[in-house]
Design a protein around this ligand. Structure first.
Ligand SMILES: NC(=O)c1ccc[n+]([C@@H]2O[C@H](COP(=O)([O-])OP(=O)(O)OC[C@H]3O[C@@H](n4cnc5c(N)ncnc54)[C@H](O)[C@@H]3O)[C@@H](O)[C@H]2O)c1
Length: 434
């Protein structure tokens, strides 16, 4: 007997930020619904899950196993500081080909951004005309809640989900105003400077019981107050920062080196990218948010304190360089200095010619569908089982986030099995190196 409510009616997926990632995601789902393409890279749509013993040969698609919203039941909306509709935004982003966009033009043109909550002090490189004005941050949050109510009503949605696809804000640390719901609400009323726009959207969503995921490294829902609010309103939340290019590779390669007890002296990672995201990240304060999000990964996977001979001297460096000619086609280089038997040195070089938004779009879809599922299953608070999708996954207080993609995958699949009363699969001994 499943404990999950059925996915009846329409699901509204709302994205604060309607640039390259959001337009690629929306265009992709529309193209799939029109039979033009396939949702490659989406685990919910294309991934299988093994059930029972290997001899039972049960391997359904995940979407046939858990009651997810259907792609044809999705309605799109969002907010941006620019007025471009999703066709114009997709054209600007230059990710998808004109021939594809031509086939879905009317559907994309119909998706227009609502006026954004924006404050330039958090994203200095951007400015746009489509911005809300209000006396306090609380009034801005209320305006976002009103937008959501109106959107739900006008589009006949049964449920909503919000996924932050906006720019990376400047680096901030958790402070007193983020420590409880009471303080955060007082801060919203008093225009506390430590509350960025992404947190205002997150507050509005979670206050209304709308699941919220954060695709950028901003603090957003990753503070005590938001976790507390998510429990009060029984709302699933999860952040932060889509795990797409280089960090995806890192969390695939590092666990492999670790299980073979190979040592690592150094890991130098550098990226060049030329999209608007790259331009925002060219500012040192915004880059700092990304750097912190990217750096935590290796330490957690390799656990140098437990393996000082292998990883005690690891030098890990991450750079991002804005290089307009590459557009959204990011190039991520990794130079990995490793050592083996008797300390003999070796090197691994990875040159990942990836496409940022092509990798991120299916993550937006999966996070939205799984958070909607979580809500219907009455899961609330931090959804650690979705760590698979994020560079810097939130963890319960006092716990280290889990970065190893294989363990993350196990946790995701076992959560789905648990939800559907299927036997958990532990592959006895998989966790032996932890
Ligand atoms: N593409 C990837 O592989 C990837 C991976 C991890 C994280 N991310 C993050 O996802 C986010 C989106 O990336 P992108 O490539 O689409 O960037 P983008 O610059 O193309 O789009 C971001 C959009 O957000 C808008 N925006 C900024 N602040 C806003 C606000 N307060 N309210 C509403 N809109 C706002 C901008 O106007 C812009 O249109 C970035 O933060 C990026 O760091 C992307």
């Amino acid at each position: 007997m499943t404990k999950v409510k059925a996915a009846n009616g329409k699901l509204g997926i709302l994205t604060p930020g309607m640039g390259a990632v959001a337009s690629t995601f929306m265009a992709g789902v529309i193209a799939v619904n029109k039979g033009i393409s396939k949702p490659i890279g989406s685990v919910t749509q294309m991934g299988n899950i093994r059930l029972g013993k290997r001899t039972e040969n049960r391997n359904p698609l995940i979407k046939d196993f858990v009651p997810l919203a259907k792609l044809t039941d999705i309605v799109f909306g969002g907010w941006d500081i620019f007025e471009d509709n999703m066709y114009e935004s997709a054209l600007n982003a230059k990710v998808l080909e004109q021939s594809l966009l031509d086939q879905i033009r009317p559907e994309l043109e119909a998706i227009k951004p609502m006026t954004a909550v924006f404050d330039r002090s958090f994203v200095k490189r951007l400015d746009g005309p489509n911005v809300k004005k209000a006396a306090t941050k609380m009034e801005l949050a209320e305006a976002v809640m009103e937008d959501m109510r109106r959107f739900k009503e006008e589009n006949g949605c049964d449920r909503l989900v919000m996924v932050w696809c906006g720019s990376t804000e400047i680096y901030m640390e958790e402070s007193d105003v983020h420590s409880s719901v009471e303080k955060l609400e007082a801060g919203l009323r008093n225009n506390d400077p430590n509350i960025p726009p992404s947190m205002i959207y997150a507050y509005a969503a979670v206050k209304m019981g709308v699941p919220y995921a954060n695709g950028a490294p901003n603090l957003s829902c990753d503070v005590e107050a938001m976790v507390e609010l998510s429990k009060q309103t029984r709302t699933p939340i999860f952040g932060k920062d889509f795990k797409t290019g280089q960090t995806l590779m890192k969390t695939i390669v590092a666990p492999g080196l670790k299980v073979r007890a190979l040592g690592i002296h150094g890991w130098f990672s550098t990226n060049i990218l030329g999209n608007r995201d790259g331009e925002v990240l060219d500012d040192p304060d915004n880059f700092k948010s990304k750097e912190v999000s990217k750096l935590g990964v290796l330490e957690e996977i390799l656990q140098p304190e437990q393996n000082p001979d292998l990883y005690g001297d690891l030098y890990h460096k991450v750079r991002i360089n804005y290089y307009p000619p590459h557009g959204d086609n990011k190039e991520g280089w990794d130079n990995i200095d490793i050592f083996g038997w008797l300390g003999y040195k070796m090197q691994i070089k990875i040159d990942f010619l990836c496409r940022d938004s092509i990798l991120a779009a299916p993550i937006v879809l999966d996070l939205a569908l799984f958070l909607d599922l979580a809500k219907r299953a009455d899961f609330y608070g931090i959804q650690e089982w979705l760590s698979f999708y994020l560079k810097s996954p939130q963890a319960a207080k006092g716990l280290q986030p889990m970065h190893d993609i294989f363990l993350q995958n196990q946790k995701l699949l076992n959560t789905l099995r648990h939800l559907m009363d299927e036997e958990l699969i532990t592959h006895l001994g998989l966790d032996y190196y932890y």
